[in-house]
Design a protein around this ligand. Structure first.
Ligand SMILES: Nc1ncnc2c1ncn2[C@@H]1O[C@H](COP(=O)(O)OP(=O)(O)OP(=O)(O)O)[C@@H](O)[C@H]1O
Length: 310
C-alpha cells in the first residue's frame, strides 16, 4: 500500500517483537499531510516502539513504514532534514548554555529557525544563559522541543511531549503544536493524557497491548463509545413530586438534597428528551441545568474494559 500524495506517514501491518514480547501487533494507520495525529495508550502499549520504528531507530519484525514516501531505515539520509524527533529523553551537552545548544543545532540545517524567536516560543527565553546541566526536567523537555523545531521540519514526531511539564507549560506546548500545525507541519505525538489528545489531535489511535483498539477523530470516538450523557437539574422541594417517576423522565436517576432543593441527575442516551419532558411537567420549574457529554476518558475506559487480556 503506497497511499496517496497526502499520506505523509504510512504504517502498514507493523509488528515489532522483542525476544518473545510482542510490543506492536500488526498495526495499520496513516497520518495525512498537515494533521496532528495522536497515539494514545497506557504504559507499555507500544507507543514509543511505534514512533521509534517510524523514525528509523528500530527495524520492524514485519510490516512496512514509509515517511514522506521513504523507508526510514533504508533511506534515513533522505528524510533526516525533513523529519524532526523529540524523544522522551536525550543526552545534550551539559556545559553548553541553552542559547549555545540551540545555535549548535541550528548550524546543522541550511534554513533554520531564528534561535531567539524559537526560545521565546517554547518559553525558554529567560533561561538562554543557563547551562543545560542546571535546567529543570520541564525546561530540558522544552529545550528538546525547541531543538526538534529548529530545522523547520515537515514532519514532527513527539514522544510524550508533555511528560513532566506543569499545567502552564503544557498549555504553552499545546500552543507550540498549534502554531506548527498552522505552518503546515505534519505532527505525530504520543500521550497518556486524554485532555491533551482531545485538545490538540485531529485524529488519534488508541493503542492497547500493541493493537489499535480504536481510531478516529476525538469527537467521533466520544460519540461512538459514550452514547450516554448526564443531565442534572434542581427542583425546589415545594415542587418536588412524592415519587420521582411522576416527572416522566427515563434513564438512570439519582437525587440528593441541596440547600436549593432536590438535585437530580439522569444518565440517558437522549438528553434532549429529558429536557423536553421537564418543560412540560405541570407545576415544576427545574433550574440550574447541566448536560455532561462523554469524554475521551470514558472512551478509554470503555475500550479497555472491552479489550480482553490475552
Ligand atoms: N528494548 C526493548 N526490549 C525488550 N522489550 C521492550 C523494549 N522496549 C520496549 N519493550 C517492551 O515492549 C512493550 C511496549 O513498550 P513501549 O515502550 O513501546 O510502550 P509505550 O506505550 O511507549 O510505554 P510508555 O508509555 O511507558 O512509554 C512493553 O511491554 C515494553 O516492556
Amino acid at each position: 500500500m503506497n497511499g496517496n500524495a497526502t499520506d505523509v506517514i504510512v504504517v502498514n501491518d507493523l509488528r515489532k517483537v522483542y525476544d518473545e514480547q510482542v510490543a506492536v501487533a500488526d498495526i495499520t494507520f496513516t497520518v495525512r499531510q498537515g494533521e496532528v495525529f495522536g497515539l494514545l495508550g497506557p504504559n507499555g502499549s507500544g507507543k514509543t516502539t511505534t514512533l521509534e520504528t517510524i523514525v528509523g531507530l528500530r527495524r520492524p519484525t514485519s510490516g512496512t513504514v514509509t515517511v514522506l514516501g521513504f523507508d526510514p531505515m533504508r533511506h534515513r539520509h533522505r528524510i533526516t532534514e525533513r523529519v524532526a524527533v523529540q524523544p522522551q529523553s536525550a543526552t545534550l551537552f551539559p556545559t553548553l548554555t541553552v542559547w549555545e545548544t540551540v545555535q549548535l543545532f541550528a548550524s546543522f540545517y541550511p534554513a533554520s529557525r531564528e534561535p531567539s524567536e524559537l526560545l521565546e516560543e517554547v518559553g525558554l527565553d529567560d533561561a538562554r544563559k543557563v547551562r543545560v546541566k542546571h535546567l529543570s526536567g520541564g525546561q530540558e523537555r522544552r529545550l528538546l522541543i525547541g531543538i526538534a523545531l529548529v530545522g523547520n521540519p515537515e514532519v514532527l514526531v513527539l514522544d510524550e511531549p508533555s511528560a513532566g511539564l506543569d499545567p502552564v507549560a503544557r498549555r504553552r506546548l499545546w500552543d507550540v503544536i498549534e502554531r506548527q500545525r498552522q505552518r503546515g507541519t505534519t505532527i505525530l505525538l504520543s500521550t497518556h493524557h486524554m485532555d491533551e489528545a482531545t485538545q490538540v489531535c485531529d485524529r488519534l489511535a488508541i493503542l492497547v497491548r500493541g493493537e489499535i483498539a480504536a481510531e478516529g477523530e476525538p469527537d467521533a470516538l466520544i460519540r461512538e463509545h459514550t452514547a450516554k450523557a448526564t443531565v442534572s437539574f434542581t427542583i425546589r422541594s415545594s415542587q418536588m413530586p412524592s415519587d420521582i417517576r411522576q416527572l416522566g423522565i427515563t434513564g438512570e436517576i439519582t437525587s440528593s438534597e441541596t440547600s436549593q432543593g432536590t438535585r437530580i441527575s439522569v444518565v440517558t442516551d437522549d438528553p434532549d428528551a429529558v429536557l423536553r419532558r421537564l418543560t412540560f411537567v405541570p407545576g415544576v420549574h427545574a433550574f440550574d441545568y447541566n448536560i455532561k457529554h462523554g469524554s475521551l476518558e470514558d472512551v478509554f475506559v470503555d475500550i479497555s474494559s472491552n479489550t480482553t487480556k490475552p
